[in-house]
Write a protein that binds this ligand. Sequence first.
Ligand code: KIV
Ligand code: ZN
Length: 515
Amino acid sequence: MPEEKVIIFDTTLRDGEQSAGAGMTVEDKLQIASQLDRLGVDVIEAGFAAASPGDFEAVQRISKQVRRPIIASLSRANPADVDRAAEALKGAERPRIHVFLSSSDIHLLHQMRKNQEEVLIMAVENVARAKRYTADVEFSPMDASRTGEDFLCRVVEAVINAGATTVNIPDSVGYAIPEQFGALIKALLNRVPNIHKAVVSVHCHNDLGLAVANSLAAVRAGARQVEGCINGLGERAGNAALEEIIMALHTRKDLFSVTTNIDTAQIYPTSRLVSEIFGFPVQYNKAIVGLNAFRHASGIHQDAVLKERVTFEIMDPATVGWRGTSLVLGKLSGRAGLRARLEELGFHPATDELNQIFEAFKALADKKREVTDLDLELLMAEQRRVVDTRMYRLEHVQVRTGSAETPTATVRLACPDGATVTGTSTGNGPVDAVCKAIAKLVGVEPALDEYVVHSVTGGLDSVAQVTIRLNYQGRLYVGRGADTDVIVASGKGYLNALNRLLAAETIANRTAAAS
Ligand code: KIV
Ligand code: ZN
């Protein structure tokens, strides 16, 4: 019998973006969507079109530019939301509207103040409305795992009759236990008379650390779509980590007997890109994509793996695109060597782009004896951050500091209109002085919410990676910067966050002016 396929639905750009402090630009989302396309996911939930002008623009642009996967927009079960989702998805090759509505008594009583019959009507009416725009409609009864089974069966049957082609069963608060969740999926498959007309999907949150286990139990019970986020991002404790689900299905094929469309070698590059853009580091011991996931510390293990890899490795690291942290290039390396290594790491720069990257690489190699893969990844990330000419660029930083003097910074910025501006500020430390000088020049001074410095490869000559979160009118904007000089890295990170803030403001102002 041919193996059945499990549809992989990625919601990194929607539920993942709900992670506190994510704050991405539309350009960031486009980059992630393109990488998800390379990874081979079947569905990309690009955003929640009615939630904000930025979300609308992201769904719209991803719909136009990413053509292979299905592009979905989330929508509450109301006509205005459904219409907005349809509008944003207009340019998509394969649009999906994903309607959701709470179904548990707890939500009905305390949040919605509606009874079951009212909810049933709203669900059916809005699925039918979405169906007028696209054949591909998904419905999610929110908090399904805390919904009474009888009512859940009624809702599922009714939305399928109204045209839903996927019914997604969310464990919205991460309350389920694998055995119980698998049994719920089995009950729906057995009890809902028209269930064969829809794909049964699951969407598990990780509040008890069981999101992946619950998703896998559901697949064993017959679910054929799994939703999740790269690196397990998402609301509160996050969603099921897609890379873990994919590799569990792949590694334990003997048990699951299902396939996916995923190119597993793209898992590691996708994880790195998402971590970089979200500004959330991946924990070292994280399954599949953590720095230690394929490192063996114990001498006994090392000895065994050298004799035969399968003794202590259930996956070949290369399968997930992991290449270790091997030393690669130095100051004598040439352009061709750099291009070859970048291509092995999944980057494909055009020739003029490569010229700029080569200059940056040479400058780095001058400061650092050994340039590792991790350094190259950072260099590429830094490159990506500065190419957008609609943004401010940090051209020069100079700092006077010492134990007995007030730190003073002078910075020069290249502006989006092509001009160059220079400014000076003092601060309670050199980083503070640099950030204040930049803020004065740009003309916005948000509060600093978080400042983290990470040494990427260890050693005193290591590249410093700085992550900064700025709070502006209650919204967080993340910025990152990398340099061998921690002060310069901080300035770059601060300006990166300001650029993201300004991009979000521009979209909001454009929308306000148009309406
Ligand atoms: O967790 C949840 O219930 C959701 C729905 C909107 C699918 O994210
Ligand atoms: Zn969710």
